[in-house]
Design a protein around this ligand. Structure first.
Ligand code: AMP
Ligand code: MG
Length: 405
């Protein structure tokens, strides 16, 4: 069994060959959620000119003068012709280029006499106010979006600002999921419902990855057939269950026959210890997740997504350090990832009944990482991995167990 750190090193150096270099051009309208394969640089200064940020008057300051001669109007989208002499001002609208050497006084602070030929301010206007200066946000040629960026709405706005109408993104990797287990989907008292399939569909869909899904019972031929079909076209084959030490855990032995070589099997983590990662010579990957639903949720973030990231420009699920609301002492012998909520005051692990208890895990916002032997004082930061596809804005309305009972 390897440590969590060793598993992450091994994942980081997987070679998926030229499968990782399938690119396509898409219009900005189709680019949301895609992963950028070529950086986006801006082709002009931003702002492109000294831009008025208020409606008012652009005046050329002149000693202590408070009264300026009016001489025209500058509207957004037009360029005011000519220069203003000291003591002259133009009526200016938000977004219009401010004539050189002017300062912008908001309309609220201006007094326009009836003849309209001049404008008076209560005080001499200070130089250079209420102007967004050319190039202060970005310079011509600056890179604004790096390879591997997942394009969220704000990034599409930046791409548009940079002058891009299309972007180059990674092709969507293909993922095939095979759930396993005689009991899964079986009627009767000993049957269980398939909750892993919808979980993986949702997690991968949230990353814009389409999934082909099958189920195989714990039968060598059936499993091999399902895995053969899955492996025929997929960049990554994912299984749930059948990967630990039980008599009917057939996944590890079947893999070798399909040409996959084990990268690692069993990692010192909780939940998710039995996880298996394998690779085929042509760069296809195999990620065998355990069967319990919370293990699937955790190992998808810890192992499947880093593997998937090789096809997406090195994307990895983000993590942040957040204070623990209360102290925590981890006495266990495995690197622990506990479902936790983000509350006012910090992270709160939810009460759960172990790795089958997806109901508790679904009331959390992500996983808090508790390394072996770690103790956290209240207020001390711990690493937190938000669940993919489960933003705080979409959090569960089901209260954590302690608050329900
Ligand atoms: P296994 O690793 O195959 O022994 O499975 C571990 C546990 O996860 C068992 O209790 C299984 O019944 C359960 N399990 C396996 N597959 C699924 C699934 N698709 N949905 C829900 N639970 C599952
Ligand atoms: Mg099983």
């Amino acid at each position: 069994m390897i440590t969590f750190a060793e598993s992450q090193d091994a994942l980081g150096t997987l070679d998926v060959s030229d499968r990782a270099r399938r690119l396509e051009r898409v219009s900005l309208a189709d680019a949301r959620g895609r992963f950028l394969a070529e950086a986006v640089a801006i082709d002009r200064d931003q702002p492109g000119f000294d831009r008025a940020t208020m409606d008012g008057f652009a005046g050329a300051p002149y000693g202590d003068a408070t009264r300026f001669d009016g001489c025209g109007t500058a509207t957004a989208g037009t360029t005011f012709d000519g220069d203003l002499a000291p003591g002259q001002a133009v009526r200016i609208m938000t977004g219009a280029p401010a004539p050189a050497g002017t300062t912008v006084v908001p309309i609220e602070l201006a007094d326009v006499p009836e003849d309209g030929a001049s404008v008076a301010f209560a005080e001499p206007p200070p130089a250079g106010r209420n102007i967004a200066w050319r190039g202060e946000d970005a310079r011509d040629g600056d890179t604004l979006l790096e390879v591997g960026t997942r394009l969220a709405p704000a990034h599409l706005s930046v791409a548009a600002m940079a002058g891009a109408t299309e972007v180059t993104v990674f092709e969507r990797p293909t993922v095939a999921v095979v759930t396993t287990g005689d009991e899964v989907g079986k009627a009767g008292a000993a049957g269980i419902r398939d909750s892993n399939g919808p979980l993986l569909d949702g997690l991968l869909d949230a990353l814009g990855v389409q999934v082909q899904r099958r189920h195989a019972r714990d039968d060598e031929d059936e499993l091999r057939g399902a895995l053969e079909q899955a492996a025929a076209h997929a960049d990554i084959v994912v299984t749930t269950g059948g990967v630990s030490m039980g008599e009917r855990d057939l996944v590890p032995d079947t893999l070798g026959r399909l040409g996959f070589e084990t990268v690692f099997h069993r990692v010192q983590v909780q939940p998710g210890k039995p996880v298996l990662v394998a690779r085929r010579a042509d760069g296809a990957l195999f990620v065998g997740l355990p069967g319990n639903p919370v293990s699937v949720l955790a190992t998808a973030h810890l192992f499947l997504f880093p593997a998937l990231g090789h096809f997406l420009g090195g994307w990895a699920p983000p993590s942040v350090r957040i204070p623990m609301r209360e102290g925590y002492e981890h006495r266990g012998r495995r690197h622990l990832f506990l479902p936790a909520r983000v509350e006012d005051g910090g992270l709160v692990p939810v009460r759960w009944n172990g790795s089958g208890d997806l109901i508790a895990a679904a009331t959390a916002d992500g996983l808090v990482e508790l390394p072996i032997g770690a103790t956290f004082a209240a207020g001390e930061p711990a690493r937190f991995l938000p669940y993919v596809g489960h933003a705080l804005t979409e959090r569960s309305v089901l209260l954590p167990r302690d608050d329900r009972r």
